[in-house]
Structures are given as C-alpha cells and as structure tokens.
Design a binder for this molecule. Structure first.
Ligand code: ZN
Length: 187
C-alpha cells in the first residue's frame, strides 16, 4: 500500500457522519461531501493477536468480538472496545460496490474515501479486502448490481476484483504479501 498524506482531524469525524437505520440494520451515512482519499473516520478498539483471540473461552463475548472485529494484519485484529460501547466504525456496512476502504498506517486504522462521496450516501467498504481467515462467511444483501452474494475472505474474490483492488492501491500490505507475491499459490 502506498503511503498517502492524510490530514487528520480526529475530533471532528463524527460531526460529518450520521448513524441511521438501513435495510441491513444500522449504517453510517455521510453528512457532508467527501473527496476521494479523504479520511472519513478512525477505527477505535483494542489490538489483539489471533493467538489471544483464540484463547477467549466465553462464546458470547467471542462472537461479539468476531462480529465487530477488523483484521489489520495476518494475525492481528482490531476488536470492539467492549462493554457494549460501540464506535461509528463498528457500524460501517459492507458493500460489493464500496465507496471507501481501510487504510492501515501503523497502529492507526483509518477509513478513507475510495471516490468522491456525496452527502446522504451510506459509507461502505468491501469487508473482503482486509480478510484473511477462512472461518467467517455471511450472506450479502448489499443490493449493489455486482453483489457477490456472500461475504468471504479475500481468497474467494473473483480474480478480476482482486486485480481491480490491487490496482486501486487499497489493499493492506499483508494481503498483498499473501496473495500477490510472485510465487503465491493463493492467487
Ligand atoms: Zn454484496
């Protein structure tokens, strides 16, 4: 992933966004126009390793964490802050035709606009772009014309979509390392 210059405006993210009902539960909507590559929000949570995550015995907590986790490295996840306190980042829905993408800058995990976004649009990203874990799959109801039907990890994306995302420069480094190395058998 290329390093991009980002002007951070942390405290003011939420005033630009609105939590609203959608056909798929709650979602986050733009309250202003966003320019391509503009920062929409910062994901907040705790960073844990896959090893630590696997050690959790409480099934309810595990499912909650799993549903609200964001993979940010081959074996690293950002998980919800717990105590039922959810951040706007927890409510960003998936779309097979997304208008934003996850940008990992060290321990800072940001959501940037993939294209210009108009006020009133729902903010979405493609969950598969960050996912390298076989266990997670869910039926997709994103309603986009190119909906793939299921949300699964990156490995299962059609080849043309993988290449499209790669060329757009929106894939995290670990996904590139795993799937785009010359000798990679996964691609
Ligand atoms: Zn879809």
């Amino acid at each position: 992933m290329k390093i991009k210059k980002i002007s951070l405006n942390n405290k003011h993210y939420y005033k630009n966004l609105r939590l609203k009902k959608t056909i798929n539960g709650l979602g986050i909507f733009a309250k202003k126009n966003f320019k391509k590559d503009e920062c929409i929000l910062e994901f907040i949570g705790e960073i844990i390793t896959k090893y630590e995550f696997d050690k959790i015995k409480n099934k309810k907590l595990k499912k909650l964490m799993d549903d609200y986790s964001l993979q940010i490295g081959k074996n690293i996840f950002l998980i919800g802050t717990g105590n039922n306190k959810k951040e706007y980042g927890d409510f960003i829905n998936h779309s097979c035709d997304p208008n934003s993408y996850v940008y990992i800058n060290g321990n800072q995990i940001l959501l940037l606009a993939l294209r210009n976004i108009k006020r009133g649009e729902e903010i979405t990203y493609d969950y598969s772009t960050t996912m390298y874990r076989d266990s997670w799959s869910i039926k997709c109801n994103c309603q986009s014309k190119n909906c793939r039907g299921y949300i699964k990890e990156f490995k299962y994306l059609p080849k043309d979509i993988k290449i499209k995302y790669y060329k757009l420069g929106i894939l995290p480094d670990y996904i590139i390392k795993i799937f785009f190395k010359k000798d990679s058998k996964n691609f």
